[in-house]
Design a protein around this ligand. Structure first.
Ligand code: HEC
Length: 189
């Protein structure tokens, strides 16, 4: 009799367990979205201020120094690994891993199908080094302020400086609204 009772309860237990995981994932997604918004907000302000003050030539440092600093501070603050990546890289240090490459490719496909890049995101819980890891990515659209360093027409002086620092620069030729790359977040569970 007891056995049947237990059997009858099993689906309920599984469902409750699944619900706990779903709730936890949604909490991580919500936290990730806050982190990304903060990152983008800070970076955009720094970029706009620097471009206004000294032109794109002076602002190159913002993308190369300020962005990793923001990523580092946020990683510590939220106990997550926060970074930026792209299929067309300027700095190889930002290279995507296999999972990130797949997600970036899926973002390109979703854009082709007409989805709004601004709202594009994806999460998954994966096993990494034997540990359950929450992973989240949010597409970064190419805005107007980005074009002076990632667009089709880049000022010669800016291009020269970029080429000097990044001889293998692939992050050019973007158009307004393109997927420039993505924020990527990892959290061990
Ligand atoms: C003043 C020049 C400049 C502007 C403007 C600029 N970037 Fe960058 N961007 C860079 C540089 C330099 C790097 C390389 C950073 C590094 O060394 O990590 C970079 C790297 C990146 C990366 C990391 C992936 C990679 O290619 O290495 C992303 C994503 C990115 N930029 C997005 C943007 C977006 C989105 C905007 C507009 C909101 C923007 N950038 C505006 C210069 C710029």
């Amino acid at each position: 009799m007891k056995k049947y009772l237990l059997l009858a309860m099993l689906p309920g237990i599984f469902l409750a367990q699944a619900q706990v995981h779903a709730d936890e994932n949604q909490r991580h997604v919500a936290e990730s979205k806050v982190v990304v918004k903060e990152f983008m907000g800070k970076l955009k302000i720094e970029l706009q201020t620097a471009v206004k003050a000294g032109g794109p030539l002076k602002a190159i440092e913002v993308c190369s120094k300020v962005a990793p600093d923001i990523a580092k501070a946020q990683s510590m603050q939220h106990g997550m690994k926060v970074a930026r990546t792209s299929l067309k890289l300027r700095n190889q240090a930002n290279a995507p891993d296999a999972w990130e490459t797949r997600v970036l490719q899926s973002f390109e496909e979703r854009k082709q199908k007409g989805e709004d890049v601004k709202k594009m995101a994806y999460f998954e819980v994966v096993k990494a080094d034997g540990k359950q890891t929450f992973r989240f990515m949010k597409a970064i659209p190419t805005g107007k302020v980005c074009l002076s360093c990632h667009g089709e027409k880049i000022e010669p002086a800016v291009k020269a400086k970029l080429d000097k620092i990044y001889p293998d620069d692939k992050a050019i030729g973007f158009k307004l609204g393109d997927v420039r790359g993505a924020f990527t977040i990892q959290k061990s569970m």
